[in-house]
Design a protein around this ligand. Sequence first.
Ligand code: 4NP
Length: 155
Amino acid sequence: MNVLFVCTGNICRSPLAEGILREKFRRDKISGMVDSCGFESFHAGDSPDSRAQTVARKHGIDISAHHSRLFNVADFDLFDHIYVMDSSHYHSVMRVARNEADREKVDYLMNVQYPGTNSPVRDPWYDNLAAFERVYDQLDPVCEAIVAAAKRGKP
Ligand code: 4NP
């Protein structure tokens, strides 16, 4: 199962989600590509925000090697699931989808845990370290739900 996470700057939420899911895939020997990207170029090429790295490290996850990159239409060909953090990314990704097969890959990340709610993972960028901890606490169970779906054989 190849999974792509999408947020705005690709330095806070999506690289954290990528690190969490990659660690769970490693733990449970699930094969698949896990990556993340953004829709704004302000931070293209940058490492994850230091607060995201701190929170990840606290949980034994190293996300320092990631470099922010932009979403690319070719991502539709590489990934089975494209999970967005909020409605702005949802509309951005859907706008560049080429066909129904592309659109079917796109969903709000939180819908994996709470189907149909379209609830957001809120942007912690302007907030403090505690906000990044809350993002981690939100991302960890939903990434576990992705793992459970992968184990059930959901493509
Ligand atoms: P992210 O957070 O989308 O979770 O990586 C943000 C990072 C930077 C900005 C916005 C959101 N920014 O406006 O620079």
